[in-house]
Design a protein around this ligand. Structure first.
Ligand code: NAD
Length: 453
């Protein structure tokens, strides 16, 4: 799409928005139900696109993308009336007789730019609160997952009101043209590097942003814990989508006394989950492209693979690998891994682990496995992260009532459930005053009145 066509599209959507098309609650509900229908009726087409882009199995596609979307729409439809109902607040005596309300006002025309790693979920999940809050939107799926991007461009206009929603496909050039337009909200999912570009473009028009970014999410394993369960939950969170998950545990910090046992259990669990040859497993994904494949193979040199690292560039396959002999200065500890490499570092005690986390950028998620209440309390009180799971990984994002988002380098703003409505709406202050009585006290000239008082 050319820059002129993009400008024309934004104008058309804005006209629709200004005409009030996206505001009626009935219309919003209709759009949400249509979106649900898309997920249900086109589940197998979506699964095929995800297999083509990421080698995902249909079951994993359902569990980690389509199924989550269906449940998010249902949750939104159930709660929409309550979430967007105007809230009456008290009115002080000096402003009587009158009444005050907070009205959840839509923002206008939104731009949603999404990433490739869960390309269906990340494109359509922000669209749910965007619709629910009464906005129009342009969706730009990631060009790095081309099969999914093409499918969304075909399906969305079939299901949603094409006067209010549009899918624009394209690469950085198209993103750049989109960002030159004036939007009322930009919702971006991707890397912190591009997040800065988005924020700079948004600053030009003072457009509010939500930035869903990533980072190195640490996983702490204490001395007192059931290591077998910990290993299962770490392996499942880490190697889901071959490690290409924004909230995947990036690295493990384990109490030195438990390190040997944890390493052994991690390797055994990988075998239990994905078999002797994970390449044959239907539950194990591929790396998105050869650029990322090459980057990961290079990062793997940072440490010693504990289990055998096998790879196939043509198939973009890298086996789930536990890395030892990694230090804080190793290359693999300098950037978000975003692939199936799990460095395990030993710490003398959990205080060292907490200090390690405090000294680094604030992550999107943090995980701690322990039975010690004091350690849990300390992690809650003394560290920062977008989300925190105790004795589990990743699962916090499946609870619609928890906000999902980052902090610092891992993001700005939240969504999921009612938090998404807040991201796509404005709490508008509405004060309504009666016309009578209208005492002269509040009007100038004040001097004479203060003498009278
Ligand atoms: P990506 O390359 O698909 O980029 C994301 C979007 O940004 C795409 O739509 C792309 O077209 C656009 N884009 C890329 N370069 C641009 C530029 N120079 N100017 C304007 N737009 C541009 O995805 P990615 O950045 O590789 O995503 C991976 C990152 O996203 C990881 O850090 C991951 O942790 C993070 N992530 C975060 C979440 C979350 O919910 N917080 C979810 C998934 C991924």
């Amino acid at each position: 799409m050319s820059p002129d066509e993009i400008a024309g599209l934004v104008t058309r959507l804005r006209d629709q928005y200004n005409a009030g098309c996206s505001r009626p609650i009935k219309w919003r509900r209709r759009q949400l139900r249509a979106l649900r229908q898309l997920f249900v009726e086109r589940e197998s087409a979506l699964a095929d696109a995800l297999t083509a882009d990421l080698g995902k199995s249909p079951l994993e596609s359902y569990l980690s993308e389509t199924g989550l979307l269906i449940s998010e729409v249902d949750h939104t439809l159930r709660n929409l009336t309550r979430w967007i109902r105007p809230e009456s607040v008290s009115t002080p005596l000096a402003l009587q007789p009158g009444r005050s309300r907070v009205v959840r006002s839509p923002l206008g025309v939104a731009l949603i730019l999404s990433a490739w790693n869960y390309p269906v979920l990340l494109a359509l999940s922000p669209l749910i609160p965007c619709i629910a809050a009464g906005n129009c939107a342009i969706l730009k799926p990631s060009e790095v997952a081309p099969a999914t991007s093409a499918l969304l461009a075909k399906l969305v206009p079939d299901y949603l009101d094409p006067e209010c929603f549009a899918v624009v496909e394209g690469d950085v050039e198209v993103s750049t043209s989109l960002l030159q337009q004036r939007f009322d909200k930009i919702f971006y999912t991707g890397s912190a590097r591009v997040g800065r570009i988005i924020m700079e473009a948004a600053a030009k028009h003072l457009t509010p942003v939500t930035l869903e970014l990533g980072g190195k999410s640490p996983c702490l394993v204490g001395k007192h814990v059931n290591l077998k369960v910990a290993a299962r939950r770490i392996v499942s969170g880490k190697f889901l989508n071959a490690g290409q998950t924004c909230v995947a545990p990036d690295y493990v910090l384990v109490h030195r006394e438990r390190e040997p046992q944890l390493l052994e259990l991690l390797v055994r669990t990988i075998k239990d989950f994905y078999g002797e040859d994970p390449k044959q497993s239907r539950d194990y994904s591929r790396i998105i492209n050869t650029d990322h494949f090459d980057r990961l193979i290079e990062l793997a040199r940072s440490g010693q693979p504990l289990n055998e690292l096998s790879s196939d560039r043509e198939q973009r396959y890298i086996s789930p690998t536990v890395l030892t002999e990694v230090t804080a200065d190793s290359p693999v500890m300098q950037e978000e891994i975003f692939g199936p490499l799990l460095p395990v570092l030993a710490v003398e005690d959990m205080q060292e682990a907490v200090r390690f986390v405090q000294a680094r950028e604030r992550p999107l998620s943090m995980y701690v496995f322990t039975k010690e209440r004091d350690l849990i309390d300390q992690v809650v009180a003394e560290t920062h992260s977008g989300g925190l799971c105790i004795n589990d990984t990743v699962m916090h994002l499946a609870n619609h009532d928890l906000p999902f988002g980052g902090i610092g380098q891992s993001g700005i703003g939240q969504y999921h459930g009612r938090w998404g409505i807040e991201a796509f709406s404005q709490p508008r202050a509405v004060y309504e005053h009666r016309l009578r009585p209208d005492p002269p006290l509040r009007y100038p000239p004040f001097e004479q009145k203060s003498e009278e008082v």
